[in-house]
Design a protein around this ligand. Structure first.
Ligand code: ADP
Length: 312
């Protein structure tokens, strides 16, 4: 991993991070790095250990063992200094519903103990696209707007690293799109480092430049999103009218090397995308009727498998 990012500054470095709750190991020897300016996707099924990790990154709970360095310093020894440069929404943010967005941010700024200027409040409301509604009561806001106000709060002190725990959960497609655009704006235009957790592969694929997949508290797969998607061969499911006959012709052909398994009237092959048409032609030429062809990338297939086995 270091080789591909040799010129980038490491913002966050986690080594051997472990959190035990009694006999349950929620996070198990986790390793991860985040580099300046990237959107890093932290992906895993429910119960994988994402929230527990994020809570440790924010100093909200203590690791059982392992180390966390943020901005090159130990979190344990420099917690307050570090957290001044980190913004986060972890749980659904709480606001005073009968007050305006502007007023809420003013109050939350004061509570944070950091000096937040009026100009900064206006700036963050503009960044998250709530400028026009800044004076309306929060109770008139949609769920998506409240979520963006949560991000505005996290941005108040102009943090370099922003940690978002499942920010699109519960949002409608339009809300999801707005949060996605906001995250990309924070990254590309404002050069923030974004650490984004999700249990949805698609979500991470679209936004993140690099991703780490965790399951049972440990890193399973990690790399540039582009590489992970391109390098992955696909599993392709061919639905046929006569499985026995199809199997027979496949076994005698070169396609036997690609054949993975058969389930009912579906034959599964592992292959590159360009070969799909060829195999389809081969089957049809051998009088097999193909009623559907469904490609599934192995990353997707893998993620589906660990998600099916997740604890929640
Ligand atoms: P995720 O955020 O990926 O859904 P979590 O970090 O919330 O996963 O949970 C990881 C595991 O740790 C789960 O099995 C969960 O039940 C357990 N866990 C989380 N918090 C606690 C806690 N405070 N006490 C006991 N077990 C916990």
């Amino acid at each position: 991993m270091e080789e591909t990012n040799i010129n980038s500054e490491i913002i966050l470095q986690v080594k051997g991070l472990t959190k035990k709750y009694g006999s349950l190991i929620a996070v198990n020897n986790l390793e991860l790095n985040a580099y300046r300016g990237e959107v890093i996707g932290f992906l895993g099924p429910n119960g994988a250990g994402k929230s527990t990790t994020i809570r440790m990154l924010l100093g909200l709970i203590k690791p059982t063992s392992g180390s966390i360095e943020i901005f090159g310093k130990s979190l344990l020894k420099n917690r307050l200094d570090i957290l001044k440069r980190v913004g986060a929404i972890v749980e659904k943010p709480d606001f005073y519903l009968y007050l305006s967005a502007y007023k809420n941010l003013e109050i939350l700024g004061k509570i944070s103990g950091m000096e937040i200027k009026k100009k900064r409040i206006k700036e963050v409301l503009e960044i998250v696209g709530l400028k026009k509604r800044a004076r309306s009561k929060v109770q008139t806001y949609s769920f998506g707007m409240k979520q963006r106000l949560g991000i505005a709060q996290a941005l108040l002190h102009n943090p370099e690293l922003i940690i978002l725990d499942e920010p699109t959960t519960g949002l409608d497609p339009q809300g999801i799109k707005e949060i996605r655009e906001l995250i990309l704006h924070l990254s590309y235009d404002l050069k923030k480092t974004i650490f984004l957790s999700s249990h949805i592969l698609k979500e991470i694929e679209i936004i993140a430049s690099r991703m780490i997949i965790i399951n049972n508290g440990t890193t399973q797969i990690e790399g540039k999103v582009e590489d992970l998607l391109n390098s992955s061969q696909m599993k392709v499911r061919f639905e046929v009218d006569n499985t026995a006959k199809a199997l027979e012709v496949v076994k005698l052909s070169m396609w036997n090397d690609n054949f993975v398994e058969a389930e009912k009237n579906i034959l599964v092959f592992e292959m590159d995308q360009v070969e799909i048409g060829e195999l389809n032609k081969f089957l049809v030429e051998n009088n097999i009727i193909v009623s559907s062809v469904v490609p599934i990338r192995s990353l997707e297939d893998y993620f589906l498998k660990i998600t099916e086995g997740s604890t929640e």
